[in-house]
Write a protein that binds this ligand. Structure first.
Ligand SMILES: Cc1cc2nc3c(=O)[nH]c(=O)nc-3n(C[C@H](O)[C@H](O)[C@H](O)COP(=O)(O)O)c2cc1C
Length: 356
């Protein structure tokens, strides 16, 4: 019945509801002796906070993390690491009016059908708030993989139908500095300006926007991934699909492979390495040592002010306009969440490969 954990050797469990007293994570299987203090986790968590940009929710969370167990004198001990983040900025009033109404596009209907009871405040467990716990846990995974020289970089590839104008070769050169240049974490400045304007327009009209995040893993060693059910691509897709709003995951050339011939899609191998990377760094579920290239499609935020048709818990038709504090787009807040989910999968597979 439990679906709140991910990973085999490096295992992350999250807990908590959006408007409960706190949210948090338990990390099992972290190797001992890794330098870890609260500030390390806090730095990563700060990237996920609601900001001041047009896409962001006005909910201002402090998101202060506390490590309750699993470290001693600034190092991991090999025992379970428990992380807690208090929910300090909770306003459940906005949910009183819609407490027995299902928001179209959100989890209200399915949680009710599944459990017969739901915490309607802020979306409960289906809230984007749950991802704060993932990010805290993922900060630890990030430490494990960066010790091996791996680096993950993720950015806005598209928002509201505006796509960045950098080709694959351009993506190879994208640095953290390029992404940090604007609040949308978009490496194409002109596209970022257009996206900001489109977000503002959506906000004004009480609507929301979707987009695409691209994630690149650099310097991943070959050999990670456990055929046949825990292939690297299978585990990455599952980890990323588990984030709310994600409706599609592509690896490498992704859906485009369906239009290619074998001679176009194959990546020729030479003594000096692969000549292309349509496979996105994964063959037969095992990493090749090339960059891992992943794209994630995010749907528009479900909670919108525009009037929509829905039903209440008694099945009666009603109209809904959602007030509350909501993001206009999950981008860019989902970007650090994507990065940590990839970190968690890689850390798990790295430890599994070492155990082989
Ligand atoms: C970082 C983050 C922030 C989110 N913020 C909101 C929000 O403000 N309002 C909302 O309705 N949904 C928000 N979501 C999306 C919902 O969590 C998600 O749509 C819901 O759980 C239903 O899941 P599904 O979209 O995967 O079907 C957010 C998701 C993430 C990852």
């Amino acid at each position: 019945m439990s679906g709140s954990s991910i990973g085999v050797l490096f295992k992350v469990t999250t807990w908590g509801e959006s408007h409960g007293p706190a949210t948090g994570a338990i990390v099992e299987g972290c190797p001992p002796g890794i330098d870890l203090i609260e500030e390390d986790v806090q730095k990563v968590l700060n990237k996920r906070k609601p900001g001041t940009i047009a896409s962001s929710s006005p909910r201002k969370e402090e998101d202060v993390v506390k490590i309750l167990s699993g470290t001693f004198q600034g190092k991991t001990t090999g025992t379970p690491i428990s992380l807690i983040i208090q929910n300090t900025n909770v306003d459940s009033n906005a949910y009183e009016d819609i407490k027995d109404i299902f928001r179209p596009g959100h989890g209200d209907y399915t949680y009710f059908k599944k459990y017969g009871i739901r915490d309607y405040r802020g979306g409960g467990r289906a809230s984007g708030r749950e991802t704060a716990a993932r990010v805290a846990a993922g900060a630890i995974a990030g430490k494990i993989i960066s010790r091996e020289g791996m680096e993950i970089i993720a950015y806005t590839k598209a928002l509201g139908g505006i796509v960045i104008k950098l080709d694959r070769d351009g993506a190879k050169k994208i640095s953290r500095e390029d992404i940090a240049e604007n609040s949308l974490m978009c490496p194409d400045k002109d596209a970022a300006r257009e996206m900001e304007a489109k977000l503002e327009e959506a906000r004004r009209s009480g609507d929301s926007l979707g987009g695409i995040v691209e994630i690149i893993v650099r310097r991943c060693p070959p050999g990670l991934g456990e055929p046949v059910f825990d292939k690297m691509d299978a585990d990455l897709a599952k980890a990323l699909m588990s984030i709310g709003t994600v409706k599609g995951v592509e690896i490498g050339a992704g859906f485009k492979v369906a239009e290619m011939t074998g001679s176009q899609a194959n990546d020729p191998i030479t003594p000096d390495g692969f000549l292309s990377n349509h496979a996105g760094g994964i063959l037969a579920g095992i990493t090749t040592g090339q960059e891992i290239v992943i794209r994630v499609a995010c749907k528009p935020i479900a909670s919108i002010a525009k009037v929509q048709q829905t039903i209440n818990e008694r099945g009666e038709p009603v109209e809904i306009s959602i007030k509350g504090r909501h993001d206009v787009s999950v981008i860019p807040r989902i970007i650090p969440v994507c990065e940590v989910m990839v970190s968690i999968v890689l850390a798990d597979h790295l430890l599994r490969q070492k155990a082989l």
